[in-house]
Design a protein around this ligand. Structure first.
Ligand SMILES: [Fe+2]
Length: 311
């Protein structure tokens, strides 16, 4: 049960110490958390001497930056972040740095603070650290849809090909130039019209093989059920690109599931300004990306973290 209870008014909100929570303008299941400018400025000021390298090499520094955000707000802030992410009815929010900085180092610190309030990030083998930054440009020669600007990036969950829990996902917009389109696409599992059909299908619990392409630096194959239960509710683990079905029936199940989600009226596009991040429960939210409009000068960079909930 989420502790967020929005007051009715011109714009529904809940007040906290140094922050305010609103219903998200783009999605009725999500929240937008607004930090007060003083909190953001003090956070940046107090952590001015913390470098990316320190965060990377000294794991306790990541928790120190999370603690700074709690000191400038209250323990309630951290609890609220976790409550929203755990709550089946929502499970997602956006939050940003209120245009107080454009320094990528500040973005790394802020995303680290948020991820460490939720839990601990997994090691990201693609980058060799706890977060990965990746750019989408006009041209791409990589081996997955992640960096291919002009294709629809189909709905999926993260962490399908790694053998560790991926409870939540964080994406922060680091930079964006000459970018039209490319919005995040989001679908909450409970809004999907065909969930019952695919969840009760004989192949719903079949352990499909998942294999990562070379760029992900993950060697082992893993076997994953598409659907499983947590807290008596269905959860999903799926990405079209890395599943290796063994029969025509298996392939048709996965293909039909993917196209049903792609065609769902509940799939919503969401704009994320530079300096904002989105956090989602990765067990019952699917995400993807709309294609960008062609532009030879296109440049967009995201930072991602995925991980486990704190015990
Ligand atoms: Fe993803």
């Amino acid at each position: 049960m989420c502790a967020v209870e929005l007051k009715k008014g011109k714009r529904e909100y809940q007040n906290g110490e140094g922050f305010r929570i609103y219903k998200h303008a783009a999605h009725n299941r999500m929240y937008y958390i607004e930090l007060e400018d003083d909190v953001v400025n003090q956070f940046l000021e107090d952590l001015r001497d913390v470098s990316d390298e320190q965060l990377e090499y000294i794991p306790y520094m990541r928790l120190v930056v999370a603690d700074k955000l709690l000191q400038l707000t209250s323990e309630d802030f951290g609890r609220m972040v976790r409550d929203i992410l755990h709550d089946r009815e929502t499970g997602g929010f956006t939050i940003g740095l209120q245009n107080q900085t454009t320094d990528p180092q500040d973005f790394v610190k802020f995303s680290t603070a948020l991820s460490h309030l939720a839990g601990l990030p997994n090691f990201d083998a693609m980058s060799g650290k706890y977060y990965a930054r990746f750019a989408v440009k006009h041209t791409d020669s990589s081996d997955s849809y992640l960096r291919q600007a002009y294709r629809l990036f189909t709905l999926h969950t993260d962490g399908t090909y790694v053998d560790e829990p991926t409870d939540w996902l964080l994406m922060m917009k680091m930079d964006e130039q000459n970018a039209m389109g490319g919005r995040s696409r989001l679908l909450h599992l409970d809004d999907w019209e065909d969930l019952d059909h695919f969840y009760h299908h004989p192949l719903a619990a079949y352990p499909f093989k998942y294999k990562a392409p070379a760029s992900k630096n993950v060697e082992e194959d893993v076997y994953r059920q598409t659907f499983y239960e947590q807290n008596n509710k269905p959860c999903i683990c799926f990405i079209d690109q890395f599943a290796y079905p063994e029969t025509i029936d298996h392939a048709n199940y996965l293909k039909d599931l993917s196209s049903s989600m792609e065609n769902s009226e509940a799939t919503i596009g969401l704009d994320l300004p530079v300096g904002d991040l989105i956090m989602l429960n990765n067990r019952f939210w699917l995400h993807g990306r709309e294609p960008f409009e062609e532009n030879t000068q296109l440049h967009r960079e995201l930072l991602r973290q995925r991980g486990r909930f704190a015990k």
